[in-house]
Design a protein. Structure first.
Length: 244
């Protein structure tokens, strides 16, 4: 038995042959390849998803090493999309990866999702920018696109507090609060999110820091990876047709 066959056999034990076949025939689009997105892609590839559309314009930086699946000293300076492509090929050579080296901006969301999201069975939003997250949520809600959006990972320490829920049912998450308020204004009826119900750790802003530096946002090494893995779990279960 080949390594690929052995990996599939392990999946079949818990997802069934039909579930594994559904995953192999599925396409997932992941927007953003940071701590959440890169770890989500890794889990999707190991979970047997047949086609991935990955989108990011950044390069790997030294500061990414504490939390990103693609960040090593050997990958610093390389395009995240290309590192992800190589990682997926090393995990699942049968998977197809379409890598889009582009910024995901609020104004570009309709064109991006209209062309590429329309081919996806599921879209994962792992973007940091609120205006872009809202544009993605608004488009997906209007078009009936299956979407799950990652909420804030900063200043969180307790992964047991992570939950998948509709954004309108969330608590204690500052980003969720903004998304609820702005979502109502835009008429977004529903938005599936992965969030933490933990009260964020209070961290003082570094003296003299500009607001845009976000010097009071810290990230534990394990938090974004766990979020990415949990999002992948939601996607894999739903695409395999095995429920929650």
């Amino acid at each position: 038995m080949s390594a690929a066959d052995d990996a599939v056999s392990k999946l079949e034990l818990i997802m069934g042959r039909e579930g594994v076949e559904r995953l192999a025939a599925s396409t997932v689009m992941v927007l953003g390849l940071g701590g959440v997105g890169s770890n989500c892609v890794e889990a999707l590839a190991r979970g047997g998803v047949g086609r991935l559309i990955v989108v990011d314009h950044d390069v790997v930086q030294a500061s990414n090493i504490n939390r990103q699946a693609i960040a090593f000293h050997s990958t610093i300076g390389r395009k995240k999309t290309e590192v992800v492509r190589a990682m997926v090929a090393d995990i699942n050579p049968n998977a197809q990866v379409e890598a889009l080296d582009t910024f995901v901006l609020a104004e570009s969301v309709p064109a991006l999702l209209g062309e590429f999201g329309a081919r996806a069975d599921y879209v994962v939003d792992a973007i940091d920018t609120i205006s872009t997250k809202l544009a993605i949520a608004e488009y997906a809600d209007r078009e009936g696109m299956r979407l799950i959006s990652s909420m804030g990972a900063a200043n969180k320490l307790h992964p047991e507090c992570f939950r998948a829920a509709d954004v309108y049912e969330t608590v204690n998450c500052p980003l969720c609060r903004i998304m609820r308020k702005e979502g109502r204004k835009r008429g977004i009826r529903s938005l599936r999110v992965l969030y933490s119900c933990e009260q964020p750790v209070e961290v003082p802003v570094r003296e003299g820091a500009a607001r845009r530096e976000r010097s009071n946002l810290g990230t534990a090494s394990y938090v974004p990876p766990i979020m990415g893995q949990m999002i992948a779990g939601v996607v894999l279960r739903e695409l395999a047709g095995i429920g929650q």
